[in-house]
Design a protein around this ligand. Structure first.
Ligand code: SF4
Length: 68
């Protein structure tokens, strides 16, 4: 599953990291980043798909996008 983050849409609410702390983290200004990289797109495999989906659904601004 391809996950894309759009920092310009992020309001630093923190929900994605609460739902998926193993996947998401924040820059010093509070905007979303992937935990282990500074890229804006990451491919994730099935075992974490449910966690990722939950974070995606909780994001209030659609700053997280998913594609199969
Ligand atoms: S849930 Fe969305 S708006 Fe909130 S910190 Fe994560 S990416 Fe940003």
């Amino acid at each position: 599953m391809l996950c894309k983050i759009i920092p310009e849409k992020c309001i630093a609410c923190g929900l994605c990291q609460i739902k998926a702390p193993e996947l998401f983290d924040y820059h010093d200004n509070g905007l979303v980043k992937f935990k282990d990289s500074n890229t804006l797109e990451e491919h994730f495999s099935e075992p974490i798909a449910d966690t990722l989906l939950e974070a995606y659904q909780k994001c209030p601004t659609r700053a997280i996008e998913l594609k199969k």
